[in-house]
Design a protein around this ligand. Sequence first.
Ligand SMILES: [Zn+2]
Length: 169
Amino acid sequence: MNSLNAEELIRELIERTAGEVGIIIWELKPKKEFTDEELSIILELEINDVRKALFALYEIGLAEYRRKRDDDTGWIEYYWKINYDRQKEVLKRELLKAKKKLEEKIEDESLKMYYICQNGCIKVSYEQAMELNFICPKCGGVLEYLDSSIAIEKIKEEIKKIEEVISNL
Ligand SMILES: [Zn+2]
C-alpha cells in the first residue's frame, strides 16, 4: 500500500472482489440500467462471468438490481445499475475495516512474544518455542526472540496512511 489514492483503492477493491470482469464493468460507466445479458453482449463476455462480477459488486455495495418479469418470456430479468455515487462510502467502510484489522495486529504483536527461526522458517509463540526447546523443527536453527517494535511501527504508519485517505475522501 504505497500510493494511497482513492481512485486506485476502489479499483483494487473491485479487482479483489469482482475480478477483471468487475473492473471492465466498472470502467464501462453505463449511463442507464442494463440486464446482465445486454452487458455480456456489449462486452463480449460469458454471461455467467458477467453475473458473477455483478453480484460481487452488489455484495460490496457498488451495484444494485431490480427484478422484473419479462412479459413475453415470463422469465425474471435483472436490471442492474452501478452505484458510482456510493464509491466513497464503500471505500471508507473498507478502509475502516482494514484499519481495525491493523489495530488488532498491533494488539496481538504487543501482547504476545514471538520467536522466529534464525533462518526465517517459522514464527512461533513463546509457549511453542519452549516446547521446541528453541530449536527450529524444520532446519535445526535457533529460535530467536523477535523484537516486534519495528513491525508495530510499520503497522502504525499504515494506519496513518489509511486515516489520511479517509480524511481526504
Ligand atoms: Zn528454521
